[in-house]
Ligand binder design. Structure first.
Ligand code: SF4
Length: 431
């Protein structure tokens, strides 16, 4: 039977493109219209490299088991832990988050999401200085100046530019004539090559460049001729262009959040935009990577009061990035169990954190085989959010979008939220 499903949200990157059209034949996805190359690969290959059966690792090796046995083993490991860490959450939907926070609270553990190793500094910068935030559709409708700082959307968010920057909007009918793109980065990229202006800054000099830009916007005297490898006259040109913008937006990526200065860079960028808001309308939007990492920050804030790195060991939520962040807990050898949900920490965390992971039990919930699944004590396969299960995710600009279930998961495979609910119920029931 042939089936066409329209207005599907792509569950890959923080753009959450909501115009995907899928064609299915007998329940199998055979075509993805409107999606970028990454989206096509995600939908068309969703059945490849799957974890299909729960497994438990013991002294005798890894053996397959039924879901009940895997849940029992996971519950036993978690209830015996002194300092359990619950991590991931950025590639699953919001209802799964709720269950994860509940489990962290029940156990007196720590819950952290992947933003602690990507846009965590953005959240700290926002807590310091506020957030002049706007919607992506407003960018398309109104922006006459777009700045990409420390990011390369052509590769990481392939439809970001075509959907929101080079597309015509309500008040910008001819974007190629009426809208300018500036790119600030440490090297030439695919994005800088299609920009109107490219400013090549030295590695680790973002804070100095932002500070000088701010001085120039405020018409203060700058006593140097060059900063961060950029001539001050060039920065003066940029400052004047920014002041002349009717509606400007600064998109920024890990080039800003993970270079020297980190949250101070974001703080400086926000303060620059606050100054520019005296002249025109300016917003700042982080280029979020995983499709629901923004959702993980929102649900964590709604539920615990804090966006990531939350510790429940005293029975109430405490927040201390750098102390309760997953990397720090692991590097100190403090976490004695990891429950990983929809992430691959063994592939992405620093080597000493991964070394620590190899010495503790890991309960891994993921649809696919990955590096973490190869060393996990318990693997529980899950459905892919936005393809095999529905739910809500949050776009990089904070807009919540409904993810559709477009096909059935493999037999016996359940969504993250159901697996987590079952673990939570077993923990509540006690031994
Ligand atoms: S840009 Fe991102 S959300 Fe949009 S189709 Fe590509 S991978 Fe999916």
């Amino acid at each position: 039977m042939s089936q066409k499903i329209s207005d599907v949200v792509c569950p890959f990157c923080g753009c959450l493109c909501d115009d995907i059209v899928l064609r299915l034949e007998d329940g199998k996805i055979i075509e993805n219209r409107n999606g970028c190359a990454i989206s096509k690969a995600k939908f068309l290959n969703h059945l490849q490299d799957r974890l299909l059966t729960p497994t438990i690792r013991s002294a005798e090796g890894v053996h397959e088991c039924d879901l009940d046995a895997a849940l029992e083993e996971a519950t036993t490991i978690l209830s015996e832990a002194c300092r359990p860490l619950i991590y991931g959450l950025s590639s699953t939907e919001n209802d799964a988050h709720r269950e994860a926070y509940h489990i962290a609270e029940l156990l007196g553990g720590v819950v952290d999401n992947t933003s602690s190793v990507c846009h965590g500094p953005s959240l700290l910068g926002v807590q310091e200085s506020g957030e002049p935030h706007g919607a992506l559709t407003e960018v398309r409708n109104r922006a006459d100046l777009v700045i990409y700082w420390g990011c390369n959307p052509v590769h990481a968010h392939p439809r970001h530019i075509s959907r929101f920057v080079t597309a015509a909007g309500e008040f910008v009918r001819e974007p190629r004539k009426e809208r300018e793109i500036w790119v600030i980065d440490v090297r030439e990229t695919a994005t800088s090559r299609l920009a109107n202006h490219f400013i090549n800054v030295e590695i680790g000099s973002d804070l100095e460049v932002l500070s000088v830009l701010r001085s120039l916007v405020k018409q203060r005297r700058v006593d140097v001729s060059q900063v961060g490898g950029v001539r001050v006259s060039r920065l003066h040109e940029m400052a004047e262009r920014m002041k002349a913008a009717r509606y400007g937006v600064l998109f920024y990526g890990l080039g800003l959040t993970q270079s020297r200065g980190r949250h101070r860079n974001v703080d400086a960028a926000i303060r620059l935009l606050q100054d520019l808001n005296e002249f025109g309308k300016w917003n700042i939007i982080p280029m979020r990577g995983h499709f629901n990492v923004a959702g993980a920050n929102k649900t964590c804030t709604w539920t615990t009061g804090f966006p990531f790195s939350v510790d429940f060991s005293r029975g109430y939520p405490r927040y201390q990035p750098g102390e309760y962040s997953a990397v720090d807990l692991l590097q100190r050898g403090e976490a004695d169990v990891l429950m990983n949900i929809a992430a691959d920490p063994c592939a992405h965390l620093p080597v000493d954190a991964v070394r620590s992971l190899k010495s503790i039990p890991i309960i891994n919930l993921d649809p696919k085989r990955n590096l973490t699944s190869t060393i996990a004590t318990v693997n529980i396969p899950t459905a892919q959010s936005g393809i095999e299960s529905d739910g809500v995710a949050v776009r990089m600009d904070g807009l919540p979008l409904y993810l559709k279930k477009v096909t059935e998961p493999p037999v016996g495979v359940l969504p993250d939220r159901d697996i987590l609910r079952m673990i939570r119920e077993r923990l509540e029931a006690g031994p």
